[in-house]
Ligand binder design. Structure first.
Ligand code: PGA
Length: 234
């Protein structure tokens, strides 16, 4: 069983989500499918496909105009929430500390955070990939996970760029993450790969050791692109 999450980013509509849910109802798969959609779509009936949000406030409630709390996400129907996506880190200045606080808020509300880590092109070129990944994992995970986290390794330079690391690079990153999680007492935590996953590379990526699934951006928006990813593996 693999864990296949879509990240719609700021795309789609309620009608598009209903259409996706209808298309997913008929497929034959044992894989876990989650769609992380904009807040406005969280109440849509999806026939058993789990929904997630793409960000959450670290605060419980109060005077934080524009923010949405973890309890509100849960109330609206979310089971998951992406935290620390590279676009949040890049455009909203989120750090590992911010991400850890948001993940803790999600866990406290009974949501499963999908915690993203990964290196930028500058960090890659400076030979810092492994250090960034390890510190991302160590610093972005709250002390008490209640057994409810998912990690996503997303090389930031590859997201939305049509670029993917080599299988060896993915294997190295995922092996490091698995070892780091083990040393934190979190062995068995699912670790997804994300960045430019599509129907043509999904099966190969998910055959790499320690890759428990994928986080898919652009190719999760349309059933014709997303379903081949889901059905590419058992
Ligand atoms: P992409 O995005 O699949 O379009 O590269 C992945 C992500 O941002 O989660």
């Amino acid at each position: 069983m693999k864990f296949i999450a879509g990240n719609w980013k700021m795309n789609g509509s309620i009608a598009a989500l209903r259409n996706m849910a209808a298309a997913l109802r008929d497929i034959d798969t044992q894989n876990k499918v989650v769609l992380c959609v904009p807040y406005t779509m969280l109440g849509v009936e999806t026939n058993g496909v789990s929904l997630g949000a793409q960000d959450v406030s670290a605060h419980d409630h109060g005077a934080y105009t524009g923010e949405v709390s973890a309890n509100m996400l849960k109330d609206a129907g979310a089971e998951y929430v992406i935290v620390g996506h590279s676009e949040r880190r890049q455009y909203h200045g989120e750090t590992n500390d911010t991400v850890r606080a948001k993940a803790a808020a999600a866990i406290a509300a009974g949501l499963t955070p999908i915690i993203c880590v990964g290196e930028t092109m500058d960090e890659k070129q400076a030979g810092k990939t492994m250090a960034i990944i390890e510190s991302g994992v160590r610093e972005s995970i709250p002390g008490d996970t209640n057994g409810k986290i998912v990690i996503a390794y997303e090389p930031r330079w590859a997201i939305g760029a049509g670029l993917t690391p080599t299988s060896t690079e993915i294997a190295e990153a995922h092996t490091l993450i698995a070892k780091t999680l083990e040393s934190m007492g979190l062995g068995g935590t699912p670790v997804l790969y994300g960045a430019s996953v599509k129907g043509g590379n999904a099966a190969e990526i998910m055959s790499i050791p320690h890759v428990d699934g994928v986080l898919v951006g652009g190719a999760s928006l349309k059933p014709d692109d997303f379903i081949p990813i889901i059905t590419s593996v058992k």
